[in-house]
Ligand binder design. Structure first.
Ligand SMILES: [Zn+2]
Length: 243
């Protein structure tokens, strides 16, 4: 993957220099101008410092040959999502398209999948972080993925494949088979999050409970709280107990 740095000059219309909050989303766009180049779109953002036409920019623009131009460093805010709070926590990617149906060509698509996989990996996100501009404001952007939701799903699944992840959908997991978990000889801490930062409780030696599968290298368990009839669900680090 080849990224060319053509950073915008700092100016209040396209590159304010304001620092980002924690990155939680990647917002996908079409440039909305058929058969234009990545460089032309980058120069449009750059010239806003003179034209003052509007406030607009994105971190990346992907061209018709699959070339990727970086306009704004990822740790700075870009103006792409039509929402200040979303701009503060997202990375924006504009995509060129040959015609007005807005479908990206194979070169652009391939680079987009690679770039998204790379970003998700670096920020420890899954494909549920991929959103369309449409999902933020209802704007018809990127047009092809607003009109073709199955193509949008396929795109997310292609990124997931690149990451060796499964596609994260809200409804997923509901038909997941319940398995068993049997702890080893030492106490096992149960956490409420897959990053294992918040302790929920623990499993005793050889304690058995239900397991809903493995997520982000953690086993998701449902266990009974000692001395009560109460159950808790959390994540444990030791995967050897998954049966
Ligand atoms: Zn957009």
């Amino acid at each position: 993957m080849n990224i060319t740095n053509k950073l915008l000059t700092k100016n209040s219309y396209s590159r304010s220099g304001e620092k980002q909050n924690k990155i939680k989303k990647v917002v996908i766009h079409w440039v909305g101008n058929a058969n234009t180049s990545a460089t032309a779109n980058r120069n449009y953002f750059e010239n806003l410092k003179n034209t003052h036409k509007t406030y607009a920019s994105s971190h990346y623009i992907i061209g018709l040959k699959g070339e990727i131009i970086k306009c704004i460093p990822e740790n700075e805010v870009a103006f792409h999502a039509g929402s200040y709070s979303m701009n503060r926590k997202s990375i924006g990617i504009e995509n060129c398209h040959p015609d007005w149906n807005g479908k990206f060509n194979d070169n652009t698509y391939k680079s987009l999948v690679e770039l998204c996989a790379d970003i998700l990996k670096r920020y420890d996100l899954d494909t549920s972080a991929l959103i369309r501009h449409y999902d933020v404001t209802g704007k018809e952007c990127p047009k092809y993925y607003v009109k073709n939701t199955s193509a949008w799903k396929e795109f997310k699944s292609d990124v997931a494949k690149k990451l060796n992840q499964e596609v994260k959908e809200e409804e997923k997991g509901s038909d997941e088979k319940v398995r068993k978990y049997k702890n080893g000889s030492t106490k096992e801490i149960v956490y409420s999050d897959t990053k294992c930062t918040i302790k929920l409780g623990s499993l005793g030696a050889y304690e058995q409970c239900d397991c809903f599968g493995v997520f982000k290298d953690r086993a998701m368990v449902r266990y009974k709280v000692d001395g009560t009839s109460n159950y808790k669900i959390g994540f444990v680090k030791w995967l050897g107990g998954v049966k």
